[in-house]
Ligand binder design. Structure first.
Ligand code: SF4
Length: 597
């Protein structure tokens, strides 16, 4: 089977056993890879009652057909499981080198079930998998863990995915970390790993991914790399990282301020990617075979840190504008703490911002926080709360359960800026109305990574051949809902491949590359149905877990008009949803998809 290693590693942590299983080729052909293929496996393994932190919840690491091939920017992996944050299907993906190395070690993915009695880590070298006790690495931060595991493996070039203290302490926003500071951040996959007492997975190998037509793929890869020079969006990300979007985001009102309640903030420009480039950047970082190199290595000298991964735009928003911190170095350091502890910066920052808001409203007092005064703009407090959250210390134990639980605990569930219990990322649907439908319909709760309509409507990576066309950013109509659904399906396919969404070589070249790798002989007409099939499967899984049509709504805070770049716009969700449902073939009343074709 071209494009796949043909093998899945199975791990039962309760029994302490590992074994190889052939890849289910039918699943791979229908659900491709990444979170699509992971969800297909999970669909057979979870019920309405499966506890996300229980032994039965499978934790699935999965690559896609393009990973580890000559295709540029295809070095990602997905990790999926039922989410302890949402109770629904959870997934996150990450770049770096772990995904390709897993394939070189001989596997398309790893399915982990059970729970170990004591902490363990997993070594995979050249197709040989072994579990080891992790007493010496349990408790370490994510950077030290990666270094220790490489030493224990005796493989200086091994790639390691691991959890930090946040995952060990089952924080709902715990990430899986790899390649130093790369994070599979969202939906608490680190907590699932922590509940299984699995500290780390180290991988090393030299196998090659079988490719149907290497000559064509190599020619396409060359053309795609050359094409990056002409891609304005890629060039901008290359120059200033995703942080380069800050100024534009502030202009559009896309970057949320003061817990999604403020339209303008003059100090926001202090968080600009250009300032970061000039004052704090050490160098750029690239994932496996990526010519864009959006990653940044920065420094925070005032905090004694000379090497920080990031921060990304999302981190600058969640730990900057959302909590009114305009000190760029303090935000860089906050991002560093998240990397060390293994926290998703979006959910961690948003939960702390909610605590600031509850405190400002008098719903939370120092009597609840062990004497802490939690105010917007207090960088030292944010740093302290991140550590307390990761370690579940004092008030941090309440923060560690995430925004929805925190707001509910203090009698104000309507204040939680969440969709299906997942914190809203740093793209405000009042700035780009179609994002309202994307958040409402995302299988993992509010997700900006599978349906970047803020990109489409600013002309970044449209796919005209697929009917994904830029338009007026405030438009709400059934047609706009259809376009949003197509973009969500398209990015869902990207995620399954798994290809970075900053790599936009055009539909024709991407299709040719996929066919060159797999030999599938797909046409353009096959692409969106693949994404829609994956979305329908995840939806069926979520319906089994109790998802309701009524949950597809924006949080109350995001339905208040703001001044500034959003110009008072508040998206009307219903026409957008009607269009999206029609595009997907889902019943508008029940939300149930048609049978999977
Ligand atoms: S654009 Fe950035 S995230 Fe995407 S593959 Fe390249 S370096 Fe990685």
């Amino acid at each position: 089977m071209h494009g796949y290693m043909g093998k899945i590693l199975r791990v039962d942590l309760t029994a302490g056993t590992v074994w190889d299983e052939p890849l289910n080729e039918a699943y791979a052909r229908e659900f491709v890879g990444g979170s699509g293929l992971a969800a297909r496996y999970a669909y057979d393994m979870v019920t309405a009652d499966t506890d996300p932190l229980g032994a039965e919840n499978p934790l699935i690491f999965m690559t896609g057909p393009l990973v580890g091939t000559a295709m540029p920017s295809a070095g990602r992996y997905s990790v999926g499981a039922l989410s302890p944050a949402t109770g629904l299907w959870g997934e996150a993906n990450s770049g770096g080198f772990f995904g390709p190395e897993l394939r070189f070690a001989g596997y398309d993915g790893i399915i982990i079930t059970g729970k170990s009695a004591c902490p363990v880590w997993l070594s995979i070298i050249e197709g040989e998998a072994t579990l080891y006790e992790a007493a010496d690495v349990w408790g370490l931060d994510s950077y030290t863990t990666q270094k220790c595991v490489r030493e224990l493996m005796g493989e200086s070039r091994a790639r390691v995915a691991c959890i930090g203290p946040a995952g060990e302490n089952l924080a709902a926003m715990a990430a899986v970390m790899n390649d130093h500071g790369r994070a599979a951040g969202r939906t608490g996959m680190g907590a699932v790993m922590g509940a299984k007492k699995l500290k780390a997975i180290g991988v090393r190998g030299k196998a090659r991914v079988p490719v149907a037509d290497a000559q064509t793929l190599n020619a396409l890869a060359k053309a795609i790399i050359a094409g990056v020079e002409d891609d304005m969006a890629a060039a901008s990300i290359r120059m200033a990282g995703t942080a380069g979007y800050v100024d534009m985001a502030l202009m559009y009102g896309d970057m949320p301020i003061r817990y999604y309640q403020q339209g303008t903030w003059d100090e926001g420009s202090n968080l600009s990617g250009i300032l970061m480039l000039d004052n704090y950047q050490n160098r750029t970082l690239a994932c496996y075979r990526c010519p864009i190199a959006c990653g940044r290595e920065t420094r925070a000298p005032s905090y004694g840190v000379d090497k920080v991964d990031g921060p990304e735009y999302e981190t600058l928003g969640a730990l900057g504008s959302l909590v009114l911190i305009a000190d760029l170095e303090a935000v860089i350091y906050a991002g560093h703490l998240c990397n060390l502890y293994g926290l998703d910066t979006i959910s961690a920052g948003a939960t702390i911002a909610l605590a600031c808001e509850l405190f400002a409203r008098g719903l939370l007092t120092s009597a609840d926080t062990g004497g802490l005064e939690i105010h917007y703009g207090d960088a030292a407090m944010v740093h302290r709360l991140l550590e307390m959250m990761a370690r579940r210390e004092g008030f941090g134990a309440l923060l560690a359960d995430g925004s929805y639980a925190l707001a509910k605990r203090f009698g104000a569930p309507e204040l939680a800026a969440v969709v299906n219990k997942l914190e809203v990322p740093m793209h405000d649907p009042r700035a780009f109305s179609a994002m309202a439908a994307i958040y409402a319909l995302s299988p993992r709760g509010a997700c900006h990574m599978q349906g970047d309509m803020y990109g489409v409507d600013t002309g970044q990576g449209p796919a005209y051949e697929l009917g994904i066309t830029p338009g007026e950013r405030f438009e709400v109509s059934e047609e706009k809902g259809r376009i949003a659904a197509r973009q969500q399906a398209w990015r869902t396919l990207y995620n399954a491949l798994t290809l970075c969404q900053f790599q936009n070589p055009g539909v024709e070249r991407l299709l040719a590359a996929l066919n060159a790798v797999t030999g599938w002989g797909l046409t353009q007409d096959d692409l969106l149905p693949l994404g829609k099939r994956i979305l329908a499967l995840k939806r069926r899984l979520n319906l089994r877990r109790g998802l309701t049509r009524a949950a597809e709504r924006l949080p109350d805070l995001l339905l208040q008009p703001l001044d500034g770049g959003t110009e008072g716009n508040v998206p009307d969700l219903e026409p957008l949803l009607a269009g999206a449902y029609a595009e997907y073939g889902w019943d508008l009343e029940t939300g149930v998809p048609l049978p999977i074709p």
